[in-house]
Design a protein around this ligand. Sequence first.
Ligand SMILES: [Zn+2]
Length: 136
Amino acid sequence: MVEQKLRCYFVCNPKAYDGCGVAVVTTTAKKAKQLAFRTEPIKDEEWIDLRVNWNKKANIEGLEDGHIFIDDKEVMDAMYRGIYGATEYMTCPRCGTEDTFVYEVYENVFCCGNCEEGLTKEDINNPYVKKEEVTG
Ligand SMILES: [Zn+2]
């Protein structure tokens, strides 16, 4: 048997207007779809509408087969790993505002719209959570 390498897959319905999806770490696209099916972010989607994309740029170091990015901590981790670029209903890592839209403003700098306006050069050069803390 060939050794199966872990990959990061993004499962979503490309026709859904909000573009919500779920990232999963596993070995095949089929397994990714099975793991993601009926999870909260895509619970209303039908099996046949779901598409699975391999995210080749994702950093999945230290993660195990079956890892799924759903709860807030996992989602934030996924953002620092280059898996999600933005997410809704998150707590802003800078100001703590809940249920807001958090996105990558600069490389590894994630915050909500309010924070973006007040970002200083220092903030940009010193991301709230440094990449090494997440990946190391
Ligand atoms: Zn904020």
